[in-house]
Design a protein around this ligand. Structure first.
Ligand code: NAD
Length: 485
């Protein structure tokens, strides 16, 4: 199999690579160089209609394919992702701006794990049976929904795209999937891998394009019965407003403004190492990054000084260089949004301890979109900087004087995705874990992921859970059958 990347990408519909019906394309920009290096289909509802026709044709066979066969195909996809790790990682870095070592260590291996994990889930998924005193046995069928839509963002492109597609396919559905228009290449390559792995034509259809045209066409199509979406709260709200009155199943994984809560008694070095990661990993563009750092007042100055010193050492530069700890921001639009947020923080009275500026590497990346890791203090919990998602290498520091204040500050957000807590006192940690309003809590760690656990947020961070059986349940309909004997 040749994984070439043409200048002009194509949609993957019914097992064939095709131009969009409009023959209209969007530019694809490398954010590290600022230069266009490709074009992607600017698809619309006509392309989605074609994908739906292909998926309808494929569904009867795929939904009745044995689970062992499904396992084999999905497992083969996992293997081919592994075999092609270098090509996929480079594609991800050129599209997204993240360091190449990060694409190799995290993004692409995780995409493979997603397929392997849900390949085995297809074999092991089971449903319940209930018997009662009236000589009734109930058994629950878990049937594939039919055609489902999967829409994903740009921050972890193949990682999150496959996190949706793999369980949808494992459960026997046919899929219409749209990657972010900002990072389309790894999804294009995945189509080639799926074909090579023997996934039947029409089972997975990958259509490229913008959110408001191509994405909304997926959400609006009456034959697409469930939507699994990861992205901004703003887009999630729009999608819910379209899909809910159509009674579609909805899984929404949205934005966050996560607290990192640090107590004086924590394992200091471990906390420091992980707080640098949770603040600036992937240039702060991970929905699980901790952007509000809350520090026990007695160690506030100590933390501040050491944290600033460590952040200064994060080398920013060409994502292709092994030494670059910080790569480029994903796009010019997002770069400008983050810089605007920093200006707002200044106007709100924030004291910029480090960063706050764009960074210009020399050579190949001189026109790229880079921002220095930025640490801000002196802002209260209710200002814009501390309530709105920035989604970049920008964090704030706030001191707390009591456990009550730590809880109050943690929950002073409309979001509720994740939190991390650093203390050796297990009573404090578990009490906080149950009180903080979020779907995920880490105690003395960050971004430890076990694919069997429920993943998702509360409040404005979303509806529903992904991961493990939660995902298999989402992508199936439960039908109860009662027998009297
Ligand atoms: P986005 O909402 O702009 O776009 C996400 C995807 O949705 C893209 O494919 C886009 O084309 C599509 N889209 C946009 N508007 C749409 C519409 N009206 N109808 C249908 N599709 C539409 O988000 P983004 O900028 O790509 O990603 C960043 C956001 O994603 C951040 O808010 C981040 O917190 C969030 N995120 C959340 C999680 C999570 O698991 N909760 C994970 C990663 C990213």
């Amino acid at each position: 199999m040749q994984l070439d990347i043409p200048f002009q990408l194509e949609n993957f519909i019914g097992g064939r690579f095709k131009k969009p019906i409009s023959n209209d394309f969007l530019p694809n920009i490398n954010p590290a160089s600022g230069e266009q290096y490709g074009e992607i289909p600017n698809s619309n509802k006509k392309d989605i209609e074609e994908a739906v026709v292909a998926a309808k044709k494929a569904f009867p066979d795929w939904s009745t394919t044995s689970t062992e066969k499904r396992f084999k195909v999905l497992n083969k996809i996992a293997e081919l992702i592994e075999v092609n790790l270098d090509i996929l990682a480079l594609a991800e870095t050129n599209d997204n701006g993240k360091p190449l070592w990060l694409s190799k260590e995290v993004d692409i291996p995780r995409a493979s794990s997603n397929f392997r994990f849900f390949a085995t889930a297809a074999m092991q998924f089971a449903s319940e049976s209930h018997s009662n005193e009236n000589n009734i046995i109930n058994y629950t069928l878990r049937q594939p929904i039919g055609i489902v839509g999967c829409i994903s963002p740009w921050n972890l492109p193949l990682y999150l795209f496959t996190w949706k597609i793999a369980p949808a396919l494992a459960a026997g559905n046919c899929v219409i999937a749209k990657p972010s228009e900002v990072t389309p290449v790894s999804a294009y390559l995945l189509a080639k891998i799926c074909k090579e792995a023997g996934l039947p034509d029409g089972v997975l259809n990958i259509v490229h394009g913008e959110g408001q045209t191509c994405g909304e066409a997926i959400v609006k199509h009456p034959a697409i019965k469930a939507i699994s979406f990861t992205g901004s709260t703003r887009a999630g709200e729009k999608i819910a407003s379209i899909a809910a009155p159509m009674f579609k199943k909805l899984s929404l994984e949205l934005g966050g403004k996560n607290p990192t809560v640090i107590f004086a008694d924590c394992d200091w070095d471990k906390m420091m190492f992980n707080t640098i990661r949770s603040s600036f990993g992937n240039q702060g563009q991970i929905c699980l990054c901790g952007s509000r750092i809350l520090i026990e007042a007695s160690v506030y100055e100590k933390f501040k000084n050491e944290f600033v010193e460590r952040a200064k050492k994060l080398t920013i530069g060409d994502p292709l260089h092994e030494s670059s700890k910080q790569g480029a921001i994903v796009s010019k639009v997002h770069f400008e949004k983050i810089m605007n947020c920093i200006e707002i923080a200044k106007k709100e009275g924030g004291n910029i301890l480090i960063g706050g500026k764009a960074f210009r590497p020399s050579g190949r990346c001189e026109k790229g979109f880079f921002i220095e890791p930025t640490i801000i203090e002196n802002l209260g919990p209710l200002c814009k900087t501390n309530t709105e998602e920035i989604f970049g290498p920008v964090v704030t520091l706030q001191p707390f004087h009591s456990l009550e204040e730590a809880i109050e500050l943690s929950n002073a957000s409309d979001y509720g995705l994740a939190a991390s807590i650093w203390t050796k006192d297990i009573s404090t940690a578990t009490m906080l874990a149950s009180t903080i309003e979020s779907g995920i809590v880490w105690i003395n760690c960050w971004l430890q992921r076990d694919l069997r656990t429920p993943f998702g947020g509360i409040k404005n961070s979303g509806v529903g859970r992904e991961g493990g059986w939660e995902a298999m349940r989402f992508f199936t309909e439960a039908k109860n059958v009662s027998i009297q004997y």
